[in-house]
Design a protein around this ligand. Sequence first.
Ligand SMILES: [Zn+2]
Length: 267
Amino acid sequence: MRYIEPHGHMVSRTTDDYEKMVLAGCAAVCEPAFWAGFDRSGVEGFYDYFCQLTDYEPKRAARFGLPHYCWLCINPKESEDVLLAAGVLEIIPQFMDRPNVLGIGEIGLNKNTRNEIQILERHIDLAARHDQLILVHTPHLEDKFKGTRLILDALQADKRINPGRVIIDHCEEHTIEMVLDAGFWAGITLYPESKTTPARAVDMYELYGQQNIWLNSACDWGKSDPLAVPKTALEMRRRGHSTETIDKLIFQNPARFMSQNPRFQLK
Ligand SMILES: [Zn+2]
């Protein structure tokens, strides 16, 4: 089996997790910038984090021959502080040329506030001006449907944005259709407790899977499983999906999306 982990918060994982992922067939890992489990006290905290994502993590992954890519932004949760967010937006361009950077993400909304929407729009503008791919985080639980709608509206209002270059992640049964219908890519996040279980993910794939969908584990500091993608592949195999079908969902699809940035190379 071969797969790509297109959304893994590896800064919160151990080196042993890298090894387990490679042993399970991981061919590349991509790490969006996100909340660190705590609010950072200033722009310098993000400067250090971007150094970690563009320098230290690729080296840690390289010890196992695993290509590591990343995305840059200030996450929706900390974007509530618009002054802090403005400062972080200013330092992002100096990291954009680093060799493992794929685009802007994971941007989006957390509680659907005015401040979050303002910073989301500024990230969309930054991505458009620099012709970057975009990775979007959608809110949790009761905020998800409204938040996803607001995010699609913000993206569609900017005529420079090509939806084929944007992935809307953490889609669930009630949001995936509007995302795909609008021409965006859809991500399904596999989480043991919240978000989606492997069985629900395969159900969604069976309904919408011929389209632009990827699976990811998110694997952050919370209760999560860095092997959720290959475990879901086992669930697909159990249901009788072919090796080619599974390979398309967990390897070819994420590779196709990310290859829109020529920096993305598989060994
Ligand atoms: Zn994430």
